[in-house]
Design a protein around this ligand. Structure first.
Ligand SMILES: [Zn+2]
Ligand SMILES: [Zn+2]
Length: 443
């Protein structure tokens, strides 16, 4: 408590909420307080109130705190007046000069009134010998730094390769990447891969750190862009890894000879018999494959050969991977005219039923509507009909993949804007993004 004669404190502070809080604390502790709301008023009150100490905000209307301080130090009567400067910014250079003429202390905003009281006790019980120290208030726990860390153990999808047909590279493709198809579904426990395009190489490297494990690899079909990463999938060379490869029965050859055929001595220096991991080949059927709590099912798509797509169901979440599917082959009309019972659409009912109500639909839309007429039957969707498909199956979110190698980043930006426009036109403005190599989607 101050001595019997109350000490007089002038608060020069333009923010009323702060001055009220401080004057309340000071008055409760026996000080006599006046408030000045700008620099000029502060100098006026200095004459009439004659405070024992000034608490001075630096940023004030009419005349700022530094000007006030210079003025005070130039007057004989206030040359040695103790001043506590309140500031949110570091004005140490400016204050250093002024400090030489009289005691100036600094409180960094925001500060607790208790800290001001503590300073006043120092001034009035021990003469002002502590000038120059800077203090920041202890903030309440609720305002401590918020620094969340991503929980990578949550289920998520990772896209290792999003390009169709052939890998591309160069600065034009820097944003989306150039690796061909490879997706991962990661539960935090199980890591399940879909397709073995060139993106599989990096996926394989990511497995090495965790040590040998059982990897499940589902193949949609055996076109180059979906298998060419297999010989570069490092876990196949590491003893202790077990890799189960799931594929549909092709026409004639089986999945093992198709995958490992590209390691024939004429094409590749290491052969099937040199692989050190345990590798199993499994034919897909109608039954779901169960991996932990994950269920994987497949359906045939409109694409040359025996091509399938996959659906993942996990604790109520549903996602589908459909990199190659020419939905409504040959249709070049408006997507707004299509319904589930439209004659043209009815033959596609099995896949529409399979893709119904996905939380995340990863589906291709390789060709622009203007280009599609020249590419009918090549096995890839016209963007407009792909938009219609997302509406017909009521997808909640769409990630577009299997980007055409001719579409660089600039072309893909334009294409995405067109996609959003078409989705709005057909009354299905869902969230749509372009997949890129390395993209991770948590759910
Ligand atoms: Zn493909
Ligand atoms: Zn294909």
């Amino acid at each position: 408590m101050p001595a019997t004669e109350p000490k007089k404190i002038l608060l020069a502070e333009d923010v009323r909420a702060i001055s009220m809080r401080m004057s309340h604390a000071l008055e409760t502790n026996g000080y006599e307080v006046r408030v000045a709301e700008d620099g000029e008023e502060c100098l006026e009150q200095m004459e009439t109130f004659k405070p024992d100490l000034l608490v001075l905000d630096l940023i004030m209307p009419k005349m700022n705190g530094l000007e006030v301080l210079r003025h005070l130090r130039a007057q004989q009567s206030t040359q040695h007046l103790p001043v506590i400067v309140c500031t949110a910014k570091d004005y140490s250079t400016e204050l250093k000069h002024i400090q030489q003429t009289g005691p100036v202390d600094v409180l960094i905003k925001p500060f607790d009134p208790d800290l001001l009281l503590e300073k006043l006790r120092q001034y009035f019980h021990e003469p002002a010998t502590v000038a120059g120290t800077t203090h920041r208030a202890h903030l309440p726990a609720a305002t401590e730094q918020y620094a969340p860390v991503l929980d990578t153990k949550r289920p998520h999808v990772r896209l290792w390769g999003t390009r169709g047909s052939i890998p591309v590279c160069g600065s034009k493709y820097a944003q989306h990447g150039g690796n061909t198809t490879c997706f991962e579904y990661n539960t935090g426990k199980e890591r399940i891969l879909f397709d073995a395009g060139s993106g599989l190489r990096e996926a394989g490297q990511s497995f090495l750190a965790g040590g040998p494990c059982h990897i499940h690899l589902f193949i949609t079909h055996t076109h180059w862009d979906h298998i060419q990463g297999f010989p570069f999938f490092t876990p196949i060379y590491v003893p202790g890894f077990e890799i189960t490869v799931y594929g549909e029965r092709g026409f004639g050859k089986n999945i093992e000879s198709l995958l490992c055929g590209q390691m024939d001595r004429d094409y590749f220096p290491i052969q099937r018999e040199d692989l050190r991991a345990k590798i199993n080949f499994v034919f897909l059927g109608d039954l779901p494959v169960k991996i932990g709590e994950v269920s994987v099912t497949r359906e045939f798509t409109q694409h040359p050969g025996a091509t399938v797509c996959f659906k993942v169901e996990h604790n109520g979440w549903k996602g589908a991977f459909v990199p190659d599917n020419e939905f409504l082959q040959g249709y070049t009309g408006s997507p707004a005219l299509l319904e589930r019972d439209t004659d043209l659409v009815v033959p596609y009912e099995p896949i529409l039923k399979f893709l119904d109500g996905m939380d995340l639909l990863i589906h291709e839309a390789q060709y622009l509507p203007a280009d599609y007429p020249k590419r009918i039957g090549w096995g890839h969707s016209n963007l407009a009909t792909a938009c219609a498909l997302t509406k017909l199956v009521n997808a909640k979110k769409w990630v577009v993949v299997h980007h055409d190698p001719d579409h660089d980043d600039t072309a893909l930006h334009g294409k995405l804007n067109l996609t959003r426009q078409i989705l709005r036109e057909i009354g299905h403005p869902i969230q749509v993004v372009h997949g890129y190599d390395g993209m991770t989607e948590y759910h």
